[in-house]
Design a protein around this ligand. Sequence first.
Ligand SMILES: NC(=O)c1ccc[n+]([C@@H]2O[C@H](COP(=O)([O-])OP(=O)(O)OC[C@H]3O[C@@H](n4cnc5c(N)ncnc54)[C@H](OP(=O)(O)O)[C@@H]3O)[C@@H](O)[C@H]2O)c1
Length: 311
Amino acid sequence: MSKKETEDMLRPGGIVSVDAIKNAPPVDMEWLNDSCLVVVIVGASGDLAKKKTYPSLLNLYDDNLLPKNSKIWGFARSKMSDEDLRDRLRPFLLKTNHSPEVVERFLMRCFYQGGSSYGDGDAYTELDGKLKAFEEHHTNEKHSNRLFYFAIPPNVFAETAVAIKKAAMQDESKGWTRLIVEKPFGRDLESFEELNETLSKHFTEDHLYRIDHYLGKEMVQNLSVLRFSNIWFDPVWDSKNIQCVLFTFKEPFGTEGRGGYFDKVRGTDSVGCARFRWVDSLQSLILSFLLSLPYSLALFGISYRTICYKS
Ligand SMILES: NC(=O)c1ccc[n+]([C@@H]2O[C@H](COP(=O)([O-])OP(=O)(O)OC[C@H]3O[C@@H](n4cnc5c(N)ncnc54)[C@H](OP(=O)(O)O)[C@@H]3O)[C@@H](O)[C@H]2O)c1
């Protein structure tokens, strides 16, 4: 690609050919066969874990998209055995379209570690011992990776991250450690910066994945396909041809016991439903609707486009 073409693509609002998609890096499937993986769901007793996180992992498991040697540990303060956790998850997993046999096989990969708090160093040390015992069984694999998924309220993000750093990080020579943090990342700029500072003190950006699972929904993902892979829409997706864009947020159910959460994220000031949905999810959705095609689907390409619009 010439320098001029690259500059054109980087220009805010610059038009990029759909060919850029062909330059996206291929999915690396090697790790599925050559590595072992532990996923730790922090906050395994909660709403997000049972409704979204475990069912998503079940989807990956049934599609053979988890390494063969993978296990899932739940971590929370609730007192539970492995069997209690499985009993709690089972009804939600059976609501998916996977067969009961697959659900049972998946559940046999799920374990539980309790702690007195999310910063309980001893509990993470105990967990680390269990993870090592599992990983040592799979020394033939090239890598043993650890993924920590935060399905907890934001006020305990920092203490959780610090405890993981102290007691449960994977040795870098053996594999990676990654942390997935669900939004909201604090309540406002100040609390975001405070949280970010704590996380950055202990982890590099390679370790951290800040996500909003709402943006992974099919409808949202389909927006990019509808736009960038469609020769009719792509050339007319601009202010000359679109007069008005209207976003409607519709959900055919209530807060289902999560009213307290919307009113107040424990220990912090109110987050509120409007802030949670509008500022976090819908604004990101509008952004992805407006975004010009990134010059590359690698991380920098997408962040560059995002920053252009946000600024
Ligand atoms: N649910 C969703 O659909 C959804 C959607 C988008 C984003 N999120 C985000 O995902 C995270 C988890 O959401 P969730 O709905 O699963 O929350 P949740 O059910 O209220 O909390 C998850 C777990 O955290 C622990 N917990 C609750 N309050 C706590 C407190 N004050 N101090 C320490 N631990 C506490 C509880 O486990 P133990 O008592 O057993 O420790 C609870 O089971 C939140 O940051 C939320 O904003 C959730």
